[in-house]
Design a protein around this ligand. Structure first.
Ligand SMILES: Nc1nc2c(ncn2[C@@H]2O[C@H](COP(=O)(O)OP(=O)(O)OP(=O)(O)O)[C@@H](O)[C@H]2O)c(=O)[nH]1
Ligand SMILES: [Mg+2]
Length: 339
């Protein structure tokens, strides 16, 4: 048992888990007694100071507000775990999932340096936004909201822009051997799905987080939908097909794939985009399915793949939404009357 004061403080690691040069551990609440005990003396608000963290480590401490400080120990899991143990042993509340606290705590407390409530919320959102394209837009919101308060007219565009925060789900569906996994791997830049000339290679959906030119999406490579004429489907595969069908219906964007040797699949909802692949094969471009398609691509040569990525990105988050200078309602808590 450690004979020590009980700190009225919450603490969490706000940098990702795992290896890293420097980690950030945030302290919220009655910070002064913690700093006195851990670093030898308190640190005045606004100051940045190099301190020892007991016998654990040495690093910078930033005192951002009376109730908020940041410790910057060396990164890596072990030092942060020792700091967490030290804090927990003294009654501090250690939070494993900092995103929870960000939901629970008023962003104004988390970001006292913010000039407005909108700016504080934008910084909290920035911490969890998944797409590169969100960064500049979120940082611009403080000024935009003060220039022009949002109205209900801003809601539809805002909902589309919210896809920059929470990645939309894009589903790729096609018959076995259509080339789904090859195209997915090409977009991803690595082999996430096994590719083979054997039909039915992908048995379970393979999900990857893909960057479509600044927009992060959850990309699902589904197992091939067999056509009715196929041989009876084994029971083990029925469940996989049921699951795939559900994913397809829940998708934010559905891409149907065909190839010279593989027609477009019959799906339970219309596809948002029709793509014809294997266009590197001889005379593929003259194929009737190529004319029916919105895009012709080759996973082998990469032809047409970048324009396809741009098309999907712009369909999900249109360029005019990204270019608009009207306010983006990125957090409904800012406008309870409108939501
Ligand atoms: N020439 C050419 N062949 C391709 C292309 N894309 C895929 N293939 C070939 O088509 C075959 C099937 O490719 P996959 O990517 O495994 O197809 P899939 O739709 O994922 O197949 P299942 O998982 O079985 O449903 C493999 O032999 C690939 O090498 C392409 O762009 N050009
Ligand atoms: Mg596959």
């Amino acid at each position: 048992m450690i004979d020590a004061p009980t700190f009225e403080v919450s603490a969490f690691r706000s940098t990702p888990h795992g290896a890293g040069a420097v980690a950030t551990v945030e302290l919220l609440g009655e910070v002064s007694p913690v700093l006195q005990a851990l670093c030898g003396s308190d640190i005045e608000v606004g100051a940045l100071s190099l301190r020892r963290f007991g016998s654990i480590d040495e690093g910078l401490v930033a005192r951002l507000a009376p109730e908020r400080a940041m410790l910057f120990p060396h990164g890596g899991t072990r030092i942060v775990a020792l700091l967490a143990e030290w804090l927990i042993a003294r009654g501090a509340h250690w939070i494993e999932d900092p995103l929870c606290i960000r939901d629970g705590v008023d962003p104004m407390e988390l970001f006292p340096e913010a000039e407005s409530r909108v700016e504080a919320f934008a910084m909290t959102t920035l911490a969890r936004a998944q797409s590169r394209l969100a960064v500049k837009l979120l940082l611009a919101q403080g000024a935009r909201w003060s220039a022009q308060p949002p109205t209900a007219l801003d809601l539809p565009r805002s909902r589309r822009l919210n896809r920059l925060i929470d990645p939309p789900r894009v589903v790729l569906a096609g018959l076995p051997n259509a080339g789904k996994s090859s195209l997915s791997n090409r977009l991803l830049g690595k082999e996430a799905s096994i590719v083979s000339p054997e039909a039915g290679t992908t048995r379970d959906a393979v999900a990857s987080r893909l960057d479509l030119q600044g927009l992060s999406v959850d990309w699902l490579d589904l197992p091939g939908f067999r056509s009715d004429a196929d041989t009876p489907i084994p029971a083990s595969e029925v469940r996989a097909i049921e699951l795939a069908t559900r994913m397809l219906e829940d998708a934010d964007y559905l891409v149907a794939l065909a190839a010279p040797d593989s027609p477009f699949p019959t799906l339970s909802r219309p596809a948002d985009l029709k793509v014809f692949t294997k266009c590197d094969l001889p005379r593929a471009r003259e194929h009737p399915l190529a004319r029916e398609a919105d895009h012709c691509v080759s996973a082998h040569t990469g032809e047409g793949v970048a324009p396809l990525a741009t098309h999907i990105r712009d369909a999900l988050v249109p360029p005019e939404d990204r270019a608009s200078t009207a306010p983006w309602i990125f957090d409904v808590r800012l406008t309870p009357d409108l939501a």
